[in-house]
Ligand binder design. Structure first.
Ligand SMILES: *[C@@H]1O[C@H](CO)[C@@H](O)[C@H](O)[C@H]1NC(C)=O
Ligand SMILES: *[C@@H]1O[C@H](CO)[C@@H](O)[C@H](O)[C@H]1NC(C)=O
Ligand SMILES: *[C@@H]1O[C@H](CO)[C@@H](O)[C@H](O)[C@H]1NC(C)=O
Length: 242
């Protein structure tokens, strides 16, 4: 691989990458079809992570811990542990906009995700908690906005991806279930029963809000990997016209 010759410090990373084959072909920045194909190739080849690089595994993606304030007024909090997300390797680009004068990127992808987690439901106003497991499947649109700069190293220019802002939208009605032990403990609790009508009234949007916090957290790793691969390959590996 020619790219690696001028890049002595990362020789080993280059070796690992070249052994695994070419990751993607470069695209014109406005060619969404080409970018989508390149992204799919990249996701398929890297979802287990790549040793000796900063590319982390992302399918399954494990989020060790995440606390979500589901509804402040109701005093309802979900403390998740060991969130296991599958499906990120099959995400598809739904939009890509690169503004070369502002040096900013908007990337939107769509993914069908399955999520399993340990869950502690807390009633913060009542000092009560219930534990069990949480399972969800949903279609999510993730959007990430980041700036970039181009840095010269040797003969090549590399993208330096700046901090990102991730947002998410849940498409359609998510399917969410909790384990039987958790459901029956809530069934059996008078405070839970008192809260139920308010919860049911707004169930879909509360579920979507919760899932979006999981998806936005997952996106941190997705963008981390884009940042990592941009350190390994020069801009010409990604784009023909930049
Ligand atoms: C995550 O879920 C997948 C699919 O159900 C499973 O194969 C994998 O072992 C799980 N990983 C962990 C660390 O629980
Ligand atoms: C339901 O409540 C009763 C009485 O408080 C208790 O004996 C029983 O163990 C509870 N069941 C569950 C599933 O929490
Ligand atoms: C339902 O949830 C949404 C999103 O969290 C919130 O904006 C809205 O005020 C809630 N409505 C009620 C009736 O609680």
């Amino acid at each position: 691989m020619v790219v690696c010759k001028s890049f002595l410090l990362l020789t080993f990373a280059c070796f690992v990458l070249s052994v695994k084959g070419k990751y993607f072909d470069p695209c014109y920045k406005d060619d969404i079809k080409c970018l989508s194909k390149a992204t799919e190739d990249f996701l398929e080849k890297t979802y287990n992570g790549v040793a000796e690089t900063q590319i982390k595994p992302f399918d399954p993606l494990i989020i060790p811990e995440l606390n979500v304030v589901v509804d402040q007024a109701m005093g309802l909090t979900f403390d998740f542990k060991n969130i296991n997300i599958t499906g990120l390797k099959n995400q598809q680009i739904s939009d890509f906009q690169m503004d070369t004068s502002k040096k900013s990127v908007l990337l939107k992808t769509r993914a069908v995700l399955n999520i399993v987690a340990d869950l502690k439901i807390k009633f913060t106003n009542k000092n009560k908690e219930f534990t069990g497991t949480y399972t969800a499947s949903t279609t999510a649109l993730g959007a990430s906005q980041y700036s970039y700069t181009l840095t010269k190293k040797g003969d090549n220019e590399f993208f330096d991806v700046g901090p990102e802002t991730n947002t998410c939208e849940i498409i359609g009605e998510p399917v969410v279930t909790i384990s039987d032990n958790l459901a029956s403990a809530l069934e059996n609790d008078s405070d839970a029963q008192a809260m139920k009508p308010d919860y049911e009234d707004n169930k879909t949007s509360l579920r979507k809000k919760t899932l979006c916090q999981i998806v936005e957290t997952a996106y941190i790793t997705v963008i981390h990997n884009i940042r990592a691969v941009a350190q390994i390959f020069p801009k010409s590996a990604f784009f023909i016209d930049i």
